[in-house]
Write a protein that binds this ligand. Structure first.
Ligand SMILES: Cc1cc2nc3c(=O)[nH]c(=O)nc-3n(C[C@H](O)[C@H](O)[C@H](O)COP(=O)(O)OP(=O)(O)OC[C@H]3O[C@@H](n4cnc5c(N)ncnc54)[C@H](O)[C@@H]3O)c2cc1C
Length: 355
């Protein structure tokens, strides 16, 4: 599926907003689609797939019904294919910051990039929260965030011709360090230990480039910074030998991984228990605010299991629970995708002939 993410800052009036494009948010699109409810999907990450893609894209999952084994990325690709007929609109790279009930019973929703929605229903499929980069804790470093210190690369061109230091030992750190060799003036990879989480092929390539004097690897931790003319000019790096060395630089890229934060969800007037959203019943998975549903890892109820399969079930029931807000005068019946001509029409498939 070709994901079209809209330009930030627009305004959309809709029946359903899904917060979170993890596996459960994606399947929510499907279940709403069967009921002819179109959805907008928002995620703070730039890619869809939630934990499956962010934390274990290449690892196999063995407990998805009828799929004996698939990776996190393959599951996501399959879900995207499955929701294709319903043409959801994605708004990626933006966190939902505001959810507010309106006088007309609908909700105002707003993102960190200023995209605004008015919606009849909301499905919070926010997993363990929105993923934020882990920051470097060195004193004084925060003053240079956005000018010389970065936690993600938005514009690679700004690092070209510069002396850059890349911190971290995972795939992002290695991929960007390798990417900037030959483009930056110099590249130093700084990691706290000899072992790397990154793909072995990237580690081998990095070591070869170090042997060829194309880049440098330093094992150590940032213990302080030096500034000159209000600019970050050097890092103090303490090695395992206890010796502190000075590393001059123009730009610092830090990839210490992502950590989930419940973030703004805590401020939307929803019942929360140990960082999860309580649902009123397991009949609809609706929260204490009528019209707002919670599905997947973000919700809690007696017996909850944080499994993808549980989230899929919750998404089906939440869609039925939400339908009366969208079609108050319509009686909604459950139908089989195998036999219902109506569902075949919404899925865009031919009706099979049964003997
Ligand atoms: C290593 C590992 C292995 C696993 N293996 C299995 C397995 O084998 N089988 C299984 O069933 N489960 C497994 N799980 C658990 C499974 O990944 C989760 O149950 C599943 O991802 C939950 O899906 P979700 O859609 O509810 O949430 P998530 O996948 O967490 O997705 C939530 C999304 O919401 C976004 N978000 C949050 N807050 C906001 C906001 N305010 N604005 C915008 N976006 C927001 C996040 O960025 C994220 O992309 C595993 C988990 C891990 C970490």
């Amino acid at each position: 599926m070709n994901i079209v993410s809209t330009t930030p800052g627009g305004f959309h009036e809709t029946d359903a907003v899904i917060i979170g494009a993890g596996p459960v948010g994606l399947f929510q699109v499907f279940e709403l689609g069967l009921l002819e409810i179109k959805a907008h999907v928002i995620d703070s990450l730039a890619a869809v797939g939630g934990q499956c893609v962010e934390l274990y894209p290449d690892k196999p999952i063995y407990d998805i019904p009828a799929i004996p084994s698939c990776t996190g990325q393959e599951l996501t690709d399959g879900l995207l294919k499955q929701i294709e007929p319903f043409g959801p609109t994605f708004h990626l790279g933006q966190e939902v910051t505001v959810v507010q009930k309106r006088e007309d019973g609908r909700f105002d929703v707003e993102t960190s990039l200023g995209t605004k929605f008015i919606t009849k229903t909301i499905f919070i499929a926010a997993g363990v929260g929105s993923f934020q980069p882990r920051t470097m804790k060195t004193e004084g470093i925060e003053a240079f965030e956005g000018s010389q210190v970065f936690y993600r690369v938005k514009d690679p061109a700004q690092f070209e011709g510069k002396n850059i230091v890349v911190c971290g030992g995972g795939d992002s750190a290695l991929d960007w360090a390798l990417n900037f060799v030959g483009k930056a003036e110099s590249v130093v990879l700084l990691h706290r230990r000899e072992d790397f989480r990154a793909a072995p092929a990237s580690v081998a390539k990095m070591k070869q480039l170090c042997e060829d004097y194309e880049m440098q690897l330093i094992i150590g931790q940032v213990s302080g910074i030096e500034t000159k003319d209000d600019k970050l000019s050097e890092l103090r790096v303490t090695g395992a030998d206890g010796v502190t060395r000075r590393v001059p630089l123009d730009m610092l890229l830090v990839f210490y991984g992502l950590s989930p934060k419940l973030g703004p969800i805590a401020e939307w007037g929803l019942d929360i228990e140990r960082k999860q959203l309580k649902v009123v019943s397991t009949e609809k998975f609706e929260t204490n605010v009528p019209g707002i549903f919670a599905v997947g890892d973000i919700n809690t109820y007696p017996g909850k299991k944080k499994l993808i399969l549980s989230g899929f079930h919750e998404a089906a029931l939440a869609a039925f629970g939400a339908a009366p807000y969208i079609f108050p005068d319509k009686k909604i019946h459950m139908q089989y995708t195998t036999t219902s001509p109506k569902l075949h029409k919404v899925l865009g498939v031919e009706s099979p002939v049964f003997d």
